[in-house]
Design a protein around this ligand. Structure first.
Ligand code: ST9
Ligand code: ZN
Ligand code: ZN
Length: 332
């Protein structure tokens, strides 16, 4: 079983009171009965069949404009997750003025990964209790569970118990995110599903079938899976130059698709760095460039980055000796 950084502490028992929870480590993958949520199984099943069908249509019947449109939206909605939900709202690695917050909220809605408020709650738990039963996508339960399985079953009671203790005051007091939560159903219907289907039909005469399966479902489920890879593949494969005792790893393949979010060993060690990576890794990091651009026009500010000497100290103390790019060159 993979290591739990606080293994020496006692395990949690059911009867432990809420105020004691903070001091106790969550069980890593205790015995568990899964309660399957069948409507999710059906919708995710339909979504994934549509992903494959949409990919087939791209190579056969869809218009090139629809394909370009779908991929532009993949990147834009990806920024709604990486620069928005992840680096801005979950980790507060930088601050954003109102126009950028609104833009990111809309892009985040296009990606529809629950409301940003719920996303942040789960993600803060993921960092605080990584790879234990209090982590919503606990990777010690296997690749499939951490990828998508966790969305097909009721959450572990430790997630709900410990999730109540997570401080979300900044998020709950954010008017843009409150708006997104309040109008989630009309916003998601319109931005995630109706608008991307109607635009190709109206502007370049695409068929409903192609627009729905390529611009809407392929585009949506593709981004979901790239996001899921950060929770699964980047907790399984890659090197650990910063902290060898944890599962999160530097996975360049994931970074390539996830707009720079695959440098996961670094990110779990320094979650407050807006780059989520060392400077040298920024070539595979379009999200950092996105934030830099908005900092340049003055919409993003107070960007936080870890000083190089702190990174190097940490590497030499707790890293696995691999290089920046993780080729295992211990001398670099
Ligand atoms: C989706 C999720 O979008 C995606 C998340 C991915 C995260 C990835 C992070 C990776 C890092 C960043 C990389 C980005 C890369 C991007 C690249 C882009 C190119 N704390 O949830 P419910 C309590 S899926 C505290 O129903 P169940 C709470 O009281 C797609 N309490 O639990 C709550 O009530 P409320 C769209 C918590 O019944 C109540 O429990 N979404 C917490 O066990 C009930 O909550 C879907 O398809 C907590 N953390 O059901 C929906 N959680 O909310 C999928 C819960 O009112 N989800 N509580 O406060 C579901 O259907 C359900 O959540 C469930 C569990 C079936 C999974
Ligand atoms: Zn994070
Ligand atoms: Zn992680």
């Amino acid at each position: 079983m993979p290591p739990n950084s606080a293994n020496s502490e006692p395990l949690l028992h059911d009867e432990v009171k809420e105020e004691q929870l903070e001091k106790l480590v969550a069980p890593q993958a205790g015995p568990r009965k899964f309660q399957i949520v069948y409507p999710n199984l059906i919708t995710f099943g339909y979504g994934h069949i549509s992903l494959l069908y949409g990919a087939y249509l791209m190579f056969t019947f869809a218009k090139w404009q629809t394909i370009v449109f779908a991929h532009v939206m993949i990147i834009l909605s990806g920024f709604g997750i990486t620069a928005g939900a992840h680096r801005l709202w979950a980790h507060r690695t930088y601050k954003a003025k109102m126009p950028l917050q609104i833009l990111l909220m809309l892009l985040n809605t296009l990606a529809f990964q629950n409301t940003a408020m719920d996303w942040v709650r789960d993600h803060r738990l993921h960092h605080k209790y990584s790879d234990t039963d209090a982590d919503p996508h606990n990777a010690t339960r296997g690749f499939f569970y951490s990828h998508v399985g966790w969305l097909l079953v009721r959450k572990h009671k430790e997630v709900k118990r410990r999730g109540k203790l997570i401080d979300l005051s900044d998020i709950e007091n954010n008017p843009v995110l409150s708006f997104q939560k309040k109008y989630a159903i009309p916003l998601v219907s319109l931005v995630t599903f109706v608008m991307p289907t109607v635009i190709p039909m109206y502007f370049w005469g695409e068929t409903l079938n192609n627009a729905w399966h390529v611009a809407t479902l392929y585009r949506y489920v593709f981004v979901l899976n790239v996001t899921f890879l950060v929770n699964s593949a980047a907790h399984y494969w890659g090197c650990k130059p910063y902290e060898k005792s944890i599962l999160p790893s530097q996975n360049h393949f994931v970074s390539l698709f996830a707009l720079g979010e695959g440098f996961h060993n670094y990110h779990h060690v320094f979650p407050w760095d807006y780059r989520t990576a060392e400077l040298g890794n920024n070539t595979l990091n379009p999200t950092t460039k996105f934030i830099d651009f908005f900092a340049w026009i003055g919409w993003a500010y107070d960007l936080k980055a870890v000083p190089d000497d702190m990174i190097n100290n940490r590497k030499s103390r707790t890293g696995d000796g691999s290089s920046l790019w993780g080729w295992g060159d211990k001398d670099q």
